[in-house]
Design a protein around this ligand. Structure first.
Ligand code: SF4
Length: 356
């Protein structure tokens, strides 16, 4: 039986033997970014095959406008219910951690459903659940909203900043400055949206796609599939994670999303406004929309001096291109979101000390 290390070596050899031309493969998943850094997979590949991170970290791509609104809501006395990574990311008025230091209440959740218990046990307070993330986390937020409506919770709402991955991939595929030759498609997101979701991307841009799992062998299998697509000149969607991803995705999760949300334009950090790349709360749940429940001032504008996160998220720079990387910007003292979030590519490269 071939062990994982031997299989990785076999795949690396097969990739080299395929003699690919210079090519850049972008992964669009924070978990892939961490696995690539952790196992040093870039170093196993021939020099002409370059792996770059894209906008695969949901916290990292959250726009300053949303961070600003969330901090304003916290400062107005609402209890913010969120996953942990959002607490330390700073917007123009600081982070939720800063708001908490001056009295705001921020509750870190393990499950979105906990936010309903929070609302029920604090009937005199507004509780706002942050809807941040890609198609992977959206179904759980959708189900929580349906349950909140069923329980008729008047003090519960959702701040929705959910995003959809394929439209962002399309923008990057169309941008010659990004120089993307192929996409390593996200494993978790693909379990929800299915492999067919990438077919329009292949048709429109001719960009090869392969869905990969998270083990080093699974990632290298997807990279090998992409190399073969490029060398044969036959782009398609290869599902190299078929034990978890179906062509049609997860119909139950997709139905929950369709019940609670509808497509909307969305702002992405570094990329800007992308049409139909986000979600807004559907009319039937309009009473749960935090955006209309709170009076919000226009967002402050605040470029983060010297931070290359916007470039890193588009694959136009790698973390080590940033002069602040590892000097003034570290996970203990982060400057930009790519170093704050556990899924951020700067944090991954710093943690595992790998070069990409
Ligand atoms: S190292 Fe820090 S400052 Fe530089 S791009 Fe990454 S997060 Fe931004």
């Amino acid at each position: 039986m071939v062990g994982a290390a031997d299989r990785c070596r076999e795949l690396a050899e097969a990739i080299a033997q395929a003699a690919p031309p210079p090519m850049t493969i972008m992964e669009v998943c924070g978990t892939h970014s961490h696995a690539i850094a952790r196992y040093g997979l870039s170093q196993l590949l021939p020099p002409q095959v370059r792996l770059v991170s894209g906008p695969g970290c949901p916290v990292c791509v959250t726009a300053d406008e949303d961070l600003d609104a969330i901090v304003q809501i916290a400062r107005q006395g609402a209890i913010i219910a969120t996953f942990g990574d959002m607490v330390r990311v700073a917007g123009p008025r600081g982070s939720l951690a800063d708001a908490r230091a001056i009295g705001a209440q921020v509750q870190v959740l393990y499950s979105p459903m906990q936010s309903l218990q929070l609302a029920e046990s604090n009937p005199e307070r507004q509780v706002v659940l942050l809807g941040i993330g890609f198609e992977t986390t959206t179904p759980a937020i959708a189900v929580t909203m349906a349950e909140a409506a069923a329980r008729d919770l008047g003090n519960f709402s959702v701040y929705c900043a959910h995003k959809i991955i394929p439209p962002a991939m399309a923008v990057l595929a169309a941008d010659p400055e990004c120089g993307i030759d192929a996409f390593l498609c996200p494993g978790h997101v693909s379990t929800i949206i299915g492999s067919r979701a990438y077919e329009p991307l292949v048709r429109q841009f001719g960009t090869p796609c392969a869905i990969g799992g998270f083990a080093p062998t699974e990632i290298l299998e997807a990279v090998y599939a992409l190399v073969l697509q490029v060398t044969s000149g036959q782009p398609r969607v290869d599902n190299c994670y078929s034990r978890a991803v179906q062509p049609e995705g997860n119909p139950t999760a997709l139905a929950a999303i369709a019940d609670a949300f509808e497509p909307a334009d969305a702002l992405w950090r570094g990329v800007g406004l992308i049409p139909e790349s986000g979600l807004q709360i559907a009319d039937r749940y309009a009473h749960l929309d935090a955006r209309s429940r709170f009076e919000l001032e226009p967002a402050l504008q605040r470029p983060i001096d010297g931070c290359l996160c916007g470039q890193v998220l588009q694959g136009k720079a790698v973390p080590t291109d940033c002069p602040a990387f590892g000097t003034t910007c570290t996970p203990q003292s982060p400057i930009g979101p790519c170093m704050v979030s556990s899924e951020g590519s700067c944090a991954a490269v710093y943690r595992y000390q790998t070069v990409r």
